[in-house]
Design a protein around this ligand. Structure first.
Ligand code: NAD
Ligand code: DAU
Length: 361
């Protein structure tokens, strides 16, 4: 049962998208680490949001869940008049590139308009007293576009988004900076590389491959599997967000990455081998399922983050090796078949059919 503990006089942080993959890890991190801070998790619970991600902390005294839509300005304004939030950590978004290619409009609505609705509410609520407040925009390395074989994204790399998803995230980041410049709204932005770990919706590469291996289904690799991503364990991202939220100077930007680049085909082979091992199967069993399929439209070739700024200035570094993080992740998906059953509603099966049928090359 919840106690009547009053949080009126202390810190209140709004975390948006806290029922999603990264958001749920961030909520858990803050609820556990800051028992004197009230964490309000605002989430619409789209197909990607799932309160089962948070059952272990849902009864904590310093945690509240509010179901709502960041696209609804009146609702957001009411929430801000009920609570005086000292800070906002904004993760709510449409996050899957393939869905943005099928339907860009929901990305524009949630990722751009939803973000601006939150900025408007902060501006009104914080007024001239904004100095001790902070709006933290969780962004992506995809806003920088695509790299060739060489080089890294730094905080100075110009934005050059190439997909409807990354264009919508770039648009949101521009609005955050514009509100900082025009209305003195204190903000920080971080741009992170690909996250992996427990609770990731199985439309994304790593959980999709693990799930298909367990069902003996083809493992769809786009194009020739030559595209490269830089992978970071989700709990390391949550720790980086905590560091930036508490220590970054307002108006600053930090890149966050794992210094851990993998070609997709090599990563898929690695997942196959680890899963065979964990399932005690003959080596090579899962790799037989690899199937090259039609490439993603406008597929960015390579993302790679230079994370030296956050490391040098704020002392953050990833703590999880890829080998141990990937094993933990695969074990989690093998053990949590009920979670998978619950998130895989009819909507997901329809999406899978639309995305993958007739795509084999
Ligand atoms: P996700 O899709 O797993 O979760 C998104 C959450 O936002 C869900 O809980 C969903 O219900 C909620 N949401 C969506 N629309 C909403 C709305 N209109 N109002 C309120 N809530 C809404 O996403 P994720 O992978 O956890 O990503 C979280 C954030 O981090 C996103 O902003 C994404 O752009 C960014 N990011 C993700 C990665 C990654 O690798 N996944 C990397 C860098 C940055
Ligand atoms: O870089 C950060 C971004 O990483 C985040 O901002 C996004 O929210 C997140 O979804 C992720 O985007 P990607 O497009 O890189 O992730 P995804 O898991 O969809 O794909 C990873 C790579 O694997 C990419 O090159 C496409 C490829 N892929 C993906 C799927 C789903 C396949 O080859 N087959 C697949 O079935």
């Amino acid at each position: 049962m919840k106690s009547n503990k009053s949080f009126d006089l202390i810190q209140k942080i709004l975390i948006t998208g806290g029922a999603g993959f990264i958001g749920s890890h961030v909520v858990r991190y803050f609820v556990t680490r800051y028992p004197e801070t009230l964490i309000v998790n605002l989430d619409k619970l789209t197909y990607a949001g799932n309160l089962e991600n948070l059952t272990d902390i849902e009864a904590a005294d310093n945690y509240r869940f509010v179901r709502g839509d960041i696209n609804d300005q009146a609702f957001i304004n009411r929430l801000f008049s009920e609570h005086h939030f000292n800070g906002v950590i904004h993760l709510a978004a449409e996050s899957h590139v393939d869905r943005s290619i099928l339907n860009p409009m929901s990305f524009i609505e949630t990722n751009i308009i939803g973000t601006v609705n939150l900025l408007n509410a902060c501006r009104v609520a914080w007024g001239k007293d904004a100095a001790n407040h902070l709006f933290y925009q969780i962004s992506t390395d995809e806003v920088y576009g695509s790299l060739g074989a060489e080089g890294y994204f730094t905080e100075e790399t110009p934005y050059d988004p190439q997909s409807p998803y990354s264009a919508s995230k770039a648009g949101a980041d521009h609005f955050v900076r514009a509100y900082g410049n025009t209305y003195n709204l204190p903000y920080v932005i971080s741009n992170c590389s690909n996250n992996y770990g427990p609770n990731q919706f199985p439309e994304k590469l790593i959980p999709l491959i693990i799930r298909n291996i367990t069902r003996n289904k083809p493992l769809p690799v786009y194009g020739k599997g030559e595209n490269i991503r830089d992978w970071l364990y989700v709990e390391d991202h949550a720790a980086a967000i905590d560091t930036v939220f508490h220590h970054a100077k307002p108006g600053s930007t930090y890149n966050i990455g794992g210094n851990n680049e993998w070609k997709n085909i090599d990563l898929v082979r690695k997942i196959c081998d680890l899963t065979d091992d964990l399932l005690d199967r003959k080596p090579g069993t899962a790799q037989k399922l690899i199937t090259f399929v039609k490439d993603r439209a406008g597929h960015d070739l390579r993302y790679a983050i230079d994370a030296s700024k956050i490391s040098n200035e704020l002392g953050w570094k990833p703590a999880t090796t890829f080998e141990s993080g990937l094993r933990k992740t695969i074990r989690w998906y093998l053990a949590n078949t009920e979670w998978l059953k619950h998130v895989l509603s009819g909507e997901y099966e329809r999406y899978y059919e639309q995305q993958y049928s007739g795509r084999e090359s």
